[in-house]
Write a protein that binds this ligand. Structure first.
Ligand code: 4GM
Length: 249
């Protein structure tokens, strides 16, 4: 998977994605990250890439020409038009499902906006997907792009080793992950749940499933509706007990 990021802060992208699992995925060639500086495509003698908004108002607007030339350069050797993602609070909210879908692409281009906006004409011309990482405003699209690249890369085969992929997936079956414990056996007076020390694998699996259901019920009840298809009769029975307990307390 090749990621191309059009940005005014390429070092932020390259350094943010150089560590840990995503850094390793780059070094082993499973993914590549190509952050391109839009400013390199300014034709202005002062390398300006923004200007005052027509109609007046506060702030500056990123001009379409440097972004278009950057896009032409990034896509020059591509055989088909790639999906071009623009990170904006006005977009569809990014999710695990969207990450999985985008992981099927060979190339992805991200356009990071800054200042008070980007000229609408370049968005109309090149952007295929308007996406948001949540209902809040940041100073630029770089952090959202890094968030999406991380989430997408996890679905590229080989990026997670078996240990990473079995664990750490908080959306297994659409439920939240069960709690984990390691040594010491007692920490600040709190023991590890006894069942985990029992060696009884069936009981451990059952306890973990119940913990996942309990957590999801307490913390993200909205997810239970979406997960309804993957719930067994035993799951539903346990949820009934949780519901009854919740009414009594
Ligand atoms: C507004 C319009 C994305 C702000 C375009 C970008 C938050 C998100 C920006 C922009 C952003 C988000 C830059 N802030 N919620 N800031 O995904 O590029």
């Amino acid at each position: 998977m090749r990621f191309h990021i059009m940005t005014l802060f390429p070092e932020m992208i390259m350094s943010g994605l150089s560590e840990s699992v995503i850094g390793r995925a780059q070094r082993t060639g499973l993914i590549s990250v190509n952050a391109v500086n839009i400013r390199d495509f300014s034709k202005d003698k002062h390398l300006h890439v923004d200007d005052y908004p027509y109609g007046g108002g506060a702030g500056m607007v990123m001009q379409p020409d440097p972004i278009f030339d950057c896009y032409q350069s990034v896509t020059a050797d591509m055989t088909k038009k790639p999906r071009v993602i623009y990170m904006t609070p006005q977009g569809r909210v990014f999710s695990q499902e969207i990450a999985k879908e985008l992981a099927m692409e060979e190339e992805l281009v991200f356009l990071c906006g800054h200042y008070e906006g980007v000229d609408e004409r370049i968005l109309d011309e090149i952007v295929t997907d308007h996406l948001s990482i949540g209902d809040y405003v940041l100073t630029g699209g770089e952090l959202p792009a890094m968030v999406m690249i991380d989430a997408i890369s996890r679905f590229v085969p080989g990026v997670l080793n078996n240990k990473d992929s079995a664990a750490g997936d908080s959306f297994h079956d659409g439920l939240l992950e069960y709690p984990q414990y390691t040594r010491p056996e007692v920490f600040h007076g709190q023991p590890v749940p006894e069942v985990l020390l029992s060696g009884h694998h069936a009981n451990i699996e059952k306890w973990r499933r119940q913990q996942s259901l309990k957590r999801t019920f307490e913390r993200r009840p909205d997810l239970l509706l979406q997960a309804a298809d993957s719930l067994s009769d035993e799951d539903l029975h346990y949820l009934e007990l949780l519901k009854i307990n919740a009414c009594q307390s």
